[in-house]
Every structure is written in C-alpha cells, then in structure tokens.
Design a protein around this ligand. Sequence first.
Ligand SMILES: [Zn+2]
Length: 328
Amino acid sequence: MAKQAKYVYCNDLPSVAYATRTLANSPVLIINCEGRTIGVLGGALSLMCIGTERAEQIFVFDVLALEPFKSRLQPLFRILTNPAVKKAMWDCRNDFLEIQNEYNVMMTGIVDLQLAEIQARTTVKREGDYQHKCRFTRGGCSVPLQTINQNAELFFEVHRLQGMDACIRQAGLLTAGKDPEVVAMHRAAGSSIWMNRPLPPELLAYAAHDIELIGALYEDFKKGAWITPTNEPLLVAQSMRYAYSLFYQGRVPDDDPFGQAAVLPLDVLNESPGPKVQCHGCHRMQSLSCYSVRKQGGGFEARSNICRVCQIKLLMKRAKYPITWIAI
Ligand SMILES: [Zn+2]
C-alpha cells in the first residue's frame, strides 16, 4: 500500500475552526475536491481538501457531514474569496463549479498548474508547432495528424490538456503513487464511492495525498521557473478565466459531445478585445477569434455556430453536430 498522507478530518465545528485558524496563516493554499462525477449532471461534492503552502498541513472537509453547519463556514469562505490568498489547483474548473453550486462561493486568486504546464511547453520546453499538434494524436480521444493538418485553422492556438499523473511522471517527483486499492475501488464502483459514509480511511488518505501531489508540483514548477513572481499575476488572471469557463455551461450530461474533453478552451490564455458571442455547443460567451470565420457573398463575413474548441471536441469524440453559419 502507498504511504498514507497525514491529514485532519474536519466533520464538525471545532475541527473546522481549527482548520480555518491554521489556513488563515498561509499565504498560499492548495485545493482539490472529490465527489461523484463532479462537473457532470448529477455531480455532488463529497470532500473539499485544503492544504497549507507546502502541504505541511492538510484538512479534509467532509461536505456531507458539514451540511447542517453551512452558515457557520463563513470564516473559511472569506479565505477562499480573498484574492490576496493564492490557491494552487490542478484544473480548477469542476472544483470551482461545484464549490459555487454547494456554497455559493466564488473563489479568487487561483493559480492553475495545468495552465502553467501548457505555457511552459513554449516558454521553457521550446516545443514547436509539430509537437503541439502531436499532443492531439496521442492518448484517449486522439485525432489523426492528417485530420489536424486538414483543419489547421480549427487547431490554431488550441492546446491539448495534460493530466496531473502524466505531469508528475514527467517531473520525476519522488512521491508515493496512487493507492492501488482505491484505484481498484474506483474502477469497480465508480465515483459514487465518495458519497458513502463512513468513508474508508483509504479514501480520505487518497484525497489528502492529492494535496501533497499538487503541492509538490507547485514547488517543482517554481524551481523550474515555470511559475515566477513575474508571470504569476498573469497566470492568476488566466486561471480565473479558466475557472469561469464552465459558468454558462454548468454541469453537463455525461454523453454531451461538448462536455469534458482534454482540450483547453480559447479566451483563457489570452483575452481578445471586442464583442463576445455565445457558442451553441458549450454556451460560453467568447470573442470572434474563437470561431471559424468565412467570407459570405456581398463582402459579409459569417462565423460558425459552435466555437473552434467545440468543433475539435466533435473530432475527438467522433460525434456529429450540424455546423451552421451566422452573419457577423
Ligand atoms: Zn463552444
């Protein structure tokens, strides 16, 4: 069995008060949630895990046990909404959505390490256009290189996401891997195992261990100059756009072709000026550069009804959806 992370289980008011006092003294927090199909229709939070800057202390908040005390959690929520407190996360979107749904709390000051990894591909690793495209040709929901080349305008400045596990492997971090017992439980019963009570200690330790992993990545990214005092403010702005990218879509059905996929939405790394229009796929308001644009008769231009990222999701999932053109 993997070495278990040390954590404080917070399922009553005294433990929450202790956690809040400790977390209030940390300028950086590490946050990760567990639950049933979070970000998907029918999703629900089970645990909200928060660690201090280097994961020296980890608190596992039991969302179900704390349900009757929601109104007493305000001191903790004030930390989550304080922009002066940075929150290191890995793919903040679903956690942001679920925390907003559960507590009506909009977190601020997010530093999303998944975005830092994407930026390091060009700024540190010096990856070129070919390597950028090849990322779409590997793993699940891959797209053949020929299809990418035939649809070059769709893929322009669109990035493939990388999972945390792959990033930890590449970084060569000496951390205990995922507990195989928990991985097996997940495989057998799905994510609904998170809604059982009492939660087996293995699951609590597994959730706490993710905070250690994110903390180790954050330190590694700073050491490798992937995150610096100079680029971090921009990374926070990008992370907040990433967090809000599901705002209009909300939880989606599992089989929605425009639901979860390992592709970074546009208007996250850069925010284009000008008007924003709504995508018929992901429902997100985005600038015109996020759509396919073509010339119509009479010198007019039209944009695709769904954004380029949604078109790429159709290619990744081998799904069909009628593309129509809207005059702009
Ligand atoms: Zn879209």
